[in-house]
Structures are given as structure tokens and as C-alpha cells.
Unconditional design. Structure first.
Length: 422
């Protein structure tokens, strides 16, 4: 039995929890792992928590690195080998012990474990997998586990990881190939996408085998996610959301997370220290992502090549509607669902209620308010018996100014994209 020195462990925890805080891809949503009789924890209930601290940490999970030693030297990363920073490494048993202790005390719902790269990808990934394996098999831990996949890890280790973890994630880090080549020349998009490809193939394989063998094991039941750092290189928003769209289509990712770069390291390749990416840019990207996943928008509709950045003054759905007045006003008594959800101020739930309700009566603004629509925005885009005719002659810019002046809502700092925007 390994003896744990708790004083040393506390010191490591301070360093390795701090080093992990820049990774925002640890939302625990989507797990369906239930408690099995006599086991400890419940990934479905207690692991599901979306609370984030101001600097992006997900506080419901024990969120740590196995180590911040790293053989790589990515310019944007505080763990890079050339950075003069205190270093530490947990042993596998120490992470197991911490997770169990914290879980028993009800401090956490689960574990998010990432790592710098010791020696090579396989050596590091093996240890992450070992933590998850011991938690599941020896400790009978049934709470939520999210493991980061390590670039360069073998397919066999990725498959083993998916058998113990609820979720796996592979960070693409910098959205463009040229940006990555500049800031992390030891890496490439191809290398970083390899784990995504393997995990998505295995999800399909295991799902298929469950159709014929009910007792076939589950493979990463909460799916896989990725994260991009925004603003460390000079990528456009169009490039960012085109890449996310590619991930959703090709690898069936559950989520892509966007992390605005916080310049803390002095490096001529990076933005100057003290010039963080505005929170509103990160927020607009989450909103655009939401439009792609739930509203049927294509990346190239949300941001157009002539103007490849999101409008920071208004949400991307309102911005699209203002640019495309040819599609409006929409007749809400007859328009298809796909067009109703494109009306600013109308979300997917409201659109479904409208489709049902209009079978029985004509919809009015009062009805829409009761169904949850933001009518102060929606009214400029619906055919309301001539009410908006006085706006028809306005140029696009004047119409934009008029609508923004009438509908301006305060920007809220929510990471999830579910702002009061639709
Ligand atoms: S490989 Fe990961 S931990 Fe290592 S320097 Fe690059 S981003 Fe940081």
C-alpha cells in the first residue's frame, strides 16, 4: 500500500489545480452513467453541474493536471518547457486518493484530468488511463470522469480510456494550421485530430455492438469535446466556426469550447501582456455555435467571407436577420418551423409552441409573449398587419441602428451560449 504525504500533496494540488484552470472543456453534461448497486457515486445526477468561476474553472469537478512538466514548448501555455514556473507531478495513487477524499466530502462530483506531456504521449496517457481504471475497478467509483487525450497517444490507449471515462476531449488549441505552426511548431492539426477520429470511430463501433450484445461495454458515454484558444493567433471568427462545424459534422463532437486567450507570457509571437480577448468575442462564438447546433445555420451564413468577424454589438442571429431582410417579414401563421426559428427573439421551444398553437387560432404578440418570445426583437421581423411598413424604406445600416437602439440588451457573461438572445 502506498503511503501518501498529505503536506506534499497539498503543495502539488496548489500548482496542478492552478495550471488546469485554463482548460474550459470540462462541462459534465450528457453523462448517463447510473449508480450500480453497492458502488459509489452517480455520474448522471451528481456529476452534472455547470457552475463556472469567473476565470473559467468548472467548480463541480476536481480539475487538475497529472503534471505540468512538459516536453513541448507551445508558446501560449504556462506549462511550456521554457516557462520558469513551479513544477509538480502527482502519482497515479495520489490522484485516486484525492478524488475519493474529495468525493466523500462532497466537494466534487467527479474528476477532470489533463496533463502536460512526460516523456511521450503514450507514457502520459497510460497514467491517465490507470487513474480512471483504478477509480472504476478498485475503488468502485461511479462518478463522472473526463480525461484529456494526449497528442501522440496510441489508438489502444485511447480505446482503453474510453472504456473508463464518461467523456474524452482532444484540444485543437489554435484554430488555424498556420497559427499552430507558428505557436506550437511541434504539433499539427493532423496530429491533434487523430484522437478525435479514433474516438468517433470507436463510439460508432461500440454503439453498434450494443445493438447485438446488450452487455457490450459503453464507450465514452458522454461523448467527446474539444477546445480552441481564440485570439492567441490572428484567426478570424469565420475560420473558428468553420472548424467547429467540421468537428460537429466529421467527428460528432458534443461540444466545442472557446477560450479567449489571456496574455500572460512574454513572447513576440503572442498578443502583448495585458490585452486579453474581449469576453464578448468569446460569448458571440458560443452563440454562433448554438446557432449551428440547434437552429440549422451553416457556419458560412453566420459569418460571411466579406466580413469574417462576428458583430460584437448584436447577437449573430439578429445580425444575420438584419443582413438578410429579403427573408423578412415572416408570416408566422404559415411559415415553416425552419424559418420561424430564424426570427430574432424566437427560440426553438417557442417556435414549436407557435407551430402547434397556430393550428387553432391566429397568433398575436400577446400569444407570443406568453410563449416566451422576446417580442421587442421579434416584432421587426414578422408580418404584423402593416406595423413595420414605415421601416421598409430604411437602408440596411439605418435599419440596423434603429433595431439595435430599440432592442439593446445588456451583455451577460454566460459561457454556454444560452443567453437571452433568441
Ligand atoms: S503540450 Fe500541452 S501542456 Fe505541453 S506545452 Fe503544449 S499545450 Fe502546454
Amino acid at each position: 500500500m502506498t503511503t501518501i504525504n498529505y503536506e506534499r500533496l497539498q503543495g502539488k494540488l496548489n500548482i496542478l489545480a492552478d495550471a488546469a484552470k485554463y482548460d474550459v472543456s470540462c462541462s459534465s453534461s450528457g453523462s448517463t452513467r447510473k449508480n450500480q448497486g453497492g458502488a459509489l457515486g452517480h455520474g448522471e445526477k451528481s456529476g452534472i453541474c455547470h457552475s463556472y468561476t469567473e476565470d473559467g474553472r468548472c467548480v463541480s469537478l476536481l480539475k487538475i493536471l497529472l503534471t505540468n512538466h512538459c516536453i513541448y514548448d507551445c508558446a501560449y501555455c504556462t506549462s511550456r518547457k521554457s516557462n520558469d514556473t513551479p513544477r509538480a507531478a502527482f502519482s497515479v495513487e495520489e490522484v485516486v486518493e484525492l478524488t475519493m477524499q474529495f468525493y466523500r466530502r462532497n466537494y466534487i462530483e467527479g474528476l477532470f484530468l489533463s496533463s502536460g506531456i512526460f516523456k511521450n504521449g503514450d507514457y502520459t496517457m497510460e497514467r491517465l488511463v490507470e487513474v480512471a481504471k483504478i477509480l472504476r475497478t478498485r475503488e468502485r467509483f461511479n462518478g463522472y470522469i473526463h480525461l484529456k487525450t494526449i497528442p501522440g497517444a496510441s489508438k489502444e490507449l485511447l480505446i482503453e480510456a474510453g472504456l473508463y471515462a464518461d467523456r474524452l476531449s482532444a484540444n485543437i488549441e489554435i484554430p488555424t494550421k498556420s497559427g499552430l505552426a507558428l505557436l506550437a511548431p511541434e504539433k499539427s492539426h493532423e496530429q491533434l485530430k487523430m484522437p478525435m477520429q479514433t474516438v468517433s470511430e470507436q463510439i460508432i463501433t461500440f454503439r453498434d455492438s450494443q445493438k447485438t450484445h446488450k452487455k457490450a461495454p459503453k464507450f465514452t458515454p458522454a461523448g467527446q469535446t474539444s477546445q480552441m484558444i481564440v485570439g492567441a493567433s490572428n484567426e478570424t471568427d469565420l475560420q473558428v466556426i468553420q472548424l467547429s462545424s467540421h468537428f460537429y459534422k466529421e467527428y460528432a463532437l458534443k461540444r466545442v469550447y472557446y477560450s479567449g486567450y489571456v496574455p500572460m507570457l512574454s513572447d513576440s509571437r503572442l498578443p502583448a501582456i495585458g490585452t486579453p480577448v474581449p469576453m464578448v468575442r468569446e460569448n458571440r462564438l458560443y452563440q454562433a455555435d448554438w446557432l449551428m447546433r440547434f437552429y440549422g445555420f451553416d457556419a458560412n451564413e453566420i459569418v460571411e467571407p466579406e466580413s469574417p468577424f462576428l458583430d460584437l454589438d448584436c447577437d449573430p442571429k439578429l445580425a444575420w436577420a438584419i443582413r438578410h431582410r429579403e427573408h423578412f417579414p415572416v408570416n408566422i401563421q404559415t411559415a415553416p418551423y425552419a424559418m420561424i426559428v430564424r426570427i430574432p427573439g424566437i427560440g426553438t421551444k417557442t417556435a414549436k409552441k407557435m407551430i402547434k398553437a397556430r393550428k387553432f387560432h391566429n397568433l398575436t404578440l400577446e400569444h407570443l409573449k406568453k410563449m416566451g418570445a422576446a417580442v421587442n426583437r421579434a416584432k421587426y421581423f414578422m408580418a404584423m398587419t402593416g406595423k413595420n411598413e414605415h421601416l421598409a424604406h430604411l437602408t440596411r445600416d439605418n435599419f440596423r441602428q434603429y433595431v439595435l437602439a430599440q432592442t439593446q440588451t445588456k451583455f451577460k457573461d454566460q459561457r454556454d451560449g444560452q443567453l437571452a438572445l433568441f
